[in-house]
Design a protein around this ligand. Structure first.
Ligand SMILES: NC(=O)c1ccc[n+]([C@@H]2O[C@H](COP(=O)([O-])OP(=O)(O)OC[C@H]3O[C@@H](n4cnc5c(N)ncnc54)[C@H](O)[C@@H]3O)[C@@H](O)[C@H]2O)c1
Length: 390
């Protein structure tokens, strides 16, 4: 099989997971590493088991002729701009979520992908989960009727470690660690609106609905966090969205208040005019299904899992209910010309734009905002901004 020479950018926890996956999924050779924190280079080089250039400057990876694709595992406000910069430099991009944190960067990605002809892939993996596939089929076959109401939430809690980091050593520190770690500084997550982190809700749900968001409004609890006043993020942000097919979405995020880990951090439900499906509420719970015309008096438990029943060998154990495998296989196949991405650049931006607008709505006192469609159309030629944005 042909190998894609890929540079891994961002050597935090997720970057190291991707390093493992880029070894395990056939078709990749890691030819460069990059992180501005030089102390993180050596652990990645050790995991890689071969010497490749390790850069502190992003521009140097983009200038490296041995790099034809960039795996972007950064966590910063400029995430979208960095993806667009790589496309402009003639590199394919596989980016971690979220795609971007500003509307301007979403346009940059769309235009750079169109102008360069390179592959832009968003590594959102939950859309490959087994139950998402099953729900997509139920909706496509009309078993739930017309979908009217959808909920998704990511209320996750990983302690407070990701909110403070020593910029020299790269070591993270929790709130409790701070007195002993005076070098630890607040990370970007203090200022990142939590509602920006909706890819794991919008990606699977819009896939199930085969739809896109057209209107957004949102509210937030106050900042800083009530659970941890040392953290600048508010505890909960909730968005209401309307889709092109006239479904209403309620989406919520929060990462600062404790929740039971056994339940899992994501929860979803889809209601239609003829039935509904719901993800499990507790660790010991089960997903539920009810349809109007099947003599059911109550919701029935269904044995849906994250894991797929048709998972190929390489997917098992890859991470996040086996889903991590699929984003690398899909990216590889698109770069090698085997098959185009189903989750293309426009669908990827459909997961980022409503989240960015939700935070904008909060900043503007819960304004109702319209979500642009990034696909070229009569008002916008390929590679050009629409007139109202230009
Ligand atoms: N899909 C998933 O399930 C999943 C899970 C965890 C994290 N993520 C995403 O993965 C990304 C990384 O997460 P993480 O937990 O490893 O974060 P992290 O903060 O531990 O690591 C990010 C690294 O990026 C580096 N970085 C920041 N700006 C950079 C720049 N301009 N150029 C090069 N490197 C830069 C930082 O120095 C840091 O070492 C985030 O975007 C996060 O949202 C996704």
């Amino acid at each position: 099989m042909d190998e894609i020479r890929i540079g891994l950018v961002g050597l935090g926890g997720r970057g190291l997971s991707w390093l493992r996956l880029l070894h395990a999924v056939p078709g990749f050779r890691v030819t460069a590493l990059c992180d501005p924190i030089a102390a993180l280079h050596e652990p990645a080089l050790v995991a890689l088991k071969e010497r490749v250039p390790a850069y502190t400057r992003y521009e140097d990876v983009l200038a490296d002729p041995q790099v034809e694709a960039v795996a972007l595992c950064v966590r910063c406000k400029e995430q979208g701009a960095l993806a667009a910069q790589a496309l402009d430099a003639g590199k394919h991009v596989n980016s971690e979520v979220p795609a971007a944190h500003t509307l301007e960067d979403c346009w940059r990605i769309a235009l750079a992908a169109e102008r360069s002809g390179k592959v832009y892939s968003l590594g959102e993996q939950t859309r490959y989960w087994g139950f998402v596939e099953a729900w997509q089929q139920l909706v496509a076959e009309g078993k739930l009727g017309r979908v009217t109401f959808v909920e998704g939430q990511y209320i996750g809690y990983y302690g407070t470690r990701q909110f403070f980091q020593d910029p020299t050593s790269g070591a993270f520190a929790s709130v409790e660690d701070l007195p002993a770690r005076p070098g630890a500084k607040p990370t970007w997550l203090h200022t990142m609106p939590p509602i920006h982190y909706l890819p794991h809700e919008l990606s699977p749900l819009l896939k199930v609905l085969d739809d896109r968001v057209v209107e957004v409004t949102a509210m937030s609890t106050g900042a800083p966090s009530y659970a941890h006043p040392e953290i600048g993020q508010p505890d909960i942000q909730v968005a209401l969205m309307k889709t092109e097919k006239d479904a209403l979405l309620r989406l919520a995020t929060g990462f600062t208040q404790p929740v039971p880990h056994a339940r899992g951090h994501h929860w979803y439900q889809v209601l239609g005019t003829k039935g509904c499906v719901e993800w499990k509420r507790a660790g010991r719970g089960r997903p539920l299904l009810w349809t109007v015309d099947s003599q059911m008096h109550d919701l029935a438990e269904v044995d849906w899992h994250y894991e797929r029943t048709d998972a190929p060998h390489g997917a098992t154990g890859s991470g996040h209910g086996d889903a991590d495998y699929y984003v690398h296989a899909a990216f590889r196949d698109a770069v090698l010309g085997v098959r185009p991405l189903e989750f293309d650049v426009y669908r990827a931006l459909d997961t980022a734009v409503p989240a960015i607008l939700a935070a904008d709505s909060i900043a503007q006192g819960t304004q109702l905002l319209k979500a642009p469609d990034f696909r070229p159309n009569a008002q916008r030629a390929v590679g050009q901004l629409p007139n109202e944005v230009a």
